[in-house]
Design a protein around this ligand. Structure first.
Ligand code: CP
Ligand code: NVA
Length: 302
């Protein structure tokens, strides 16, 4: 039987995504360490880019569940020396129970999934960051209840996070208001597929008006460091500051996947202010991914 993969949020149905969100909340509230559904199981984590939250949350989550995680960097494996992806996927998946991959090209994750005999999880590509959306949505549901029918404002780069927000809007039935500078829009095919769930605005203020959640991300993602100066100019009108939060609903939340650059995409007043839930959001990476691992690896029991 083909394993179930999580290369994109769209690998899940709406019901499955809601199940994982609610299960993550339950796992968070029940911190007893005697539930070990993945005893003896091994997660291989291949990181071709840096990480704090993704690495620690998957590693800790596997230990909580009675299993273990291997951290593999291209420097230490033959992947970094050009061993074909399909050979690597077949070999690694013959020895472990699940593979998490963080890389630049999205096709690397989908190719890995094609040749792997165990579930493959996208731990971030240049195109999508679905694990982060599990945590973001868990955080919204915990703070405010179901996000169906709500309005989320995405302000900044039409990047991997923005793409996964578009997918979340489709699955959970909310409206995503997007304000991005010209030349930094999300992929047109993703926007087209989302239909009425996505609306574009010319300014950050217009996008944020009456929204329930304001979200942003760094102006230059991993791998775009040399564009930093250029992007600081392009994005200077796309900062989430108090003016933006003031035009959103009174009880609007602020989220950011972190790491953040205070003074660029968000001011310190906002990210360290009362509407910000960024640290709950970061912690929820642990709980959401435990729910994901349980869903992928011991699906029948839940
Ligand atoms: N948000 C996130 O994925 O953080 P890391 O890059 O630290 O894993
Ligand atoms: N867009 C950012 C997200 C980091 C978690 C990046 O790709 O670097």
């Amino acid at each position: 039987m083909n394993p179930r993969h999580f290369t994109s949020l769209l690998d899940l149905s709406s019901d499955e995504l809601r199940h994982i969100i609610y299960r993550a909340i339950t796992l968070k509230n029940n911190r007893a360490r005697d539930y070990q559904p993945l005893k003896g199981q091994v997660l291989a984590m291949i990181f071709e880019k840096s990480s704090t939250r993704t690495r620690i949350s998957f590693e800790a989550g596997m230990v909580h569940f009675g299993g273990s995680a291997l951290f593999l960097s291209p420097r230490d494996t033959q992947l970094g020396r050009g061993e074909p992806l399909h050979d690597s996927a077949k070999v690694i998946s013959s020895m472990v129970d699940c593979i998490m991959l963080r890389t630049d090209k999205h096709e690397t994750v989908t190719t890995f999934a094609q040749y792997s005999s165990v579930p493959v999880i996208n731990g971030l590509t240049d195109q999508q960051h679905p694990c982060q959306l599990l945590a973001d949505m868990q955080t919204y549901f915990e703070c405010r209840g179901d996000i169906k029918g709500k309005t989320v404002a995405w302000i900044g780069d039409g990047n991997n996070m923005c793409h996964s927000y578009i997918h979340a809007a489709m699955l959970l039935d909310f409206t995503l208001h997007i304000a991005c500078p010209a030349g930094y829009q999300p992929l047109p095919e993703f926007v087209k597929a989302a239909g009425k769930h996505v609306k574009f605005f010319n300014t950050a203020l217009e996008a944020a008006k009456n929204s329930d959640l304001c979200v942003t991300d760094v102006w230059a993602s991993m791998g775009q460091e040399e564009e930093q100066k250029l992007r600081e100019i392009a994005f200077r009108d796309y900062q989430i500051n108090e003016n933006i939060m003031n035009i959103a609903k009174n009880d609007a939340l602020f989220m950011h996947c972190l790491p953040a650059h205070r003074g660029e995409e968000v001011t310190s007043e906002v990210i360290d202010g009362p509407q910000s839930v960024v640290f709950a959001e970061a912690e929820n990476r642990l709980h959401a991914q435990k729910a994901l691992l349980e869903f992928l690896l011991c699906k029948k029991e839940h």
